[in-house]
Every structure is written in structure tokens, then in C-alpha cells.
Design a protein around this ligand. Structure first.
Ligand code: BDR
Ligand code: CA
Length: 319
């Protein structure tokens, strides 16, 4: 078996961020170096507590590293209607007993990427504030990182936060601008794709046949998320965006890609955070992202639910 890929997961936990953390822990192809956190779905401190709580549920000692609380320029924007007041829907995790790392996400990103023997992969599933500041702090990370997989942007579909913008990019469009113009080896997984990948109540019910704090967490978190998606989008399930980005680390063949130039609007109040792909090359710019343009949702959902079931069996409910 090929050695596990060292991964840093940059998050704003968040229900689907929590699912991405669980998938990373459940996947032998991934060596999770750290979970870094930024403000986004919920304020930074709450996101840090959520990441710690999720990792404690699976008795993982992966460090949780707090990062930047606020977007670079814009005021903070959280998503309690999507993720609940706690950020984890209806899940009620005990207060974490592990403290967050005495470190800063930006320092960790720079240190890990610059000193790793094998190039590190960064999976960024929240607003891009930590990543943008890491680039500013040490521009050489752009050449040193193996790959950066970003969940964000709405290219050819309406946004999920404004009519034009997807949440992660909308919250910190200036950070997204720095990242898109940095030269990082980017794979961009947009809302166009993730909004079509629905975890349904039937998937959750099948997982619930395994009595485990893992399945309890998934069920309680996603019940809120499923209700939200039904009410706001009329979906029969919830789009679990963030674990898809994680899965692309070790199953890139789940997706089809196109090399294109993508930019983000940062000036206009109505369209701020809109991501634009120049599919026809009219701007005469070299491609800056490998854009996910197609995805095998069925294969991913099989993988995801199988990995969650295996993780749950490893952590049975205490009788
Ligand atoms: C993204 O926004 C957040 O609410 C989710 O966690 C995901 O990262 C989807 O637009
Ligand atoms: Ca997220």
C-alpha cells in the first residue's frame, strides 16, 4: 500500500466540516497532521470546541490549532441557520477535555509545509483566511505544498449565501482572492458539484443500526442539516460538501477536472464573493485552478458511509 499522505485540514466546524474530520480519521490513506480552525460557520472559539469534540468522539489525539477569527476585511458572517447555534446541528457533545494546541494555524501551516520531508496536502473547507495569511507570511509555501484542495465557489450555479456567492468565498472574498492569485497548486471543488451530493435520512438510518457515539453524532448533526436543506433548497438530503474535498486526496478519480482561470469579485457590493471561471480563455490568463467539473456522487456516498460504518464499529457505544 502507498504510504499515507500527510494532510492538514483547515476548517470552520460546521456539520460537514465535522464529517470531513471523521472521514480523515477513518481513512488509512490520510495521515492527519492537524485540524486548523478559522471563524466561519460559527465563531472561532466554538469551531475549535467542535473540532476537539469530534476528535474526542473517536479518541483521536490529532492537534486542533486555532487560527484567525475574523475575515481579512469584511465583518464576520456566521451560519447558525445552516449549522445550528453550536455549529453541529442537534448534536450535544460533552465539553472537550483536551485543550487546543498552543500554536497558531498560520504558524502551523507555514511550519508543516516548509519542513515536511514529503510534501504536505492542504484541504481547506472553510473561509480561506488562514491560508491567505500563511501565503503572506511565507510565500515559499506555494512551491513547497503538494496540493491544496479547496471547497468553495459557485461557478455556473446560483450561490448558497447570496444569489451569486458560495459561503466560504463570500465570508472572506479577499482571502480567496489572495489564494486564487498565489500560484498555489489548487484543486477547486465548487458548490456546483457538492450541492448534487446528498446524504439522505436513509443513509443515516442505515448507519444508526450500529450503536456508537460516531453514528449518534452523525445522526444528530445531520438531522438539523437535512431539515435546513429541505426548507431552503427543497433537497431530499443534505449536501455534505467538505468530506468530498477530503476524499479527493486519495480518490482523485472520483472527479473530472478542467484547467481554467478562476477569479473572484471583491469590489461590487451585490456580487462580492462571486467566483468566475473564464472557460473560454477570454481574459488570456493561464489556468490557476484544476476545477472539479464532474463527480461520481454514488461512489463517494458508498465510500463515505462505509468508512463511517467502520469507524462506528471501532467505537461501539458503551453499554
Ligand atoms: C461550505 O459552506 C459551509 O457552510 C460548509 O461547511 C461548506 O464548507 C459550503 O458552501
Ligand atoms: Ca466548512
Amino acid at each position: 500500500m502507498t504510504p499515507a499522505r500527510r494532510v492538514i485540514l483547515d476548517t470552520d466546524p460546521g456539520i460537514d466540516d465535522a464529517l470531513a474530520i471523521l472521514l480523515a480519521v477513518a481513512s488509512p490513506e490520510v495521515e492527519l497532521a492537524a485540524v486548523t480552525v478559522t471563524g466561519g460557520n460559527c465563531p472561532l472559539d466554538q469551531g475549535v470546541r467542535n473540532a476537539l469534540g469530534v476528535l474526542e468522539t473517536v479518541r483521536s489525539a490529532v492537534p486542533v490549532v486555532p487560527g484567525v477569527a475574523l475575515p481579512l476585511i469584511r465583518p464576520p458572517f456566521t451560519a447558525p441557520e445552516t449549522h445550528g447555534n453550536s455549529g453541529l446541528g442537534n448534536a450535544q457533545l460533552p465539553p472537550p477535555t483536551t485543550p487546543p494546541a498552543q500554536d497558531h494555524a498560520v504558524d502551523l501551516l507555514v511550519r508543516e509545509i516548509m519542513t515536511a520531508r514529503e510534501p504536505v496536502t492542504l484541504v481547506a473547507v472553510g473561509p480561506l483566511t488562514n491560508v491567505a495569511l500563511a501565503i503572506r507570511r511565507q510565500p515559499q509555501i506555494v512551491e513547497r505544498v503538494h496540493q491544496v484542495i479547496v471547497m468553495g465557489g459557485a461557478i455556473d450555479v446560483p450561490g448558497n449565501t447570496t444569489p451569486l456567492a458560495e459561503f466560504n468565498v463570500y465570508v472572506d472574498p479577499h482571502a480567496a482572492h489572495i489564494v486564487l492569485h498565489s500560484g498555489l497548486p489548487l484543486t477547486l471543488l465548487p458548490w456546483d458539484i457538492t450541492s448534487q451530493v446528498l446524504l439522505t435520512q436513509a443513509h443515516v438510518d442505515a448507519l444508526l443500526t450500529i450503536a456508537s457515539p460516531v453514528t449518534r453524532l452523525i445522526a444528530d448533526a445531520t438531522s438539523f442539516y437535512i431539515d435546513f436543506h429541505r426548507e431552503y433548497f427543497g433537497y431530499a438530503g443534505c449536501s455534505i460538501n467538505d468530506p468530498i474535498a477530503l476524499a479527493l486526496v486519495f480518490q482523485p478519480e472520483l472527479a473530472h477536472y478542467a484547467e481554467v482561470f478562476v477569479d473572484v469579485e471583491i469590489d461590487s457590493p451585490k456580487s462580492i464573493g462571486k467566483t468566475i471561471a473564464d472557460a473560454q480563455g477570454l481574459w488570456k490568463r493561464s489556468p490557476n485552478v484544476r476545477l472539479v467539473t464532474g463527480f461520481d456522487a454514488h461512489a463517494f456516498l458508498e465510500l463515505f458511509t462505509a468508512r463511517m460504518a467502520a469507524l462506528a464499529r471501532e467505537h461501539p457505544a458503551r453499554s
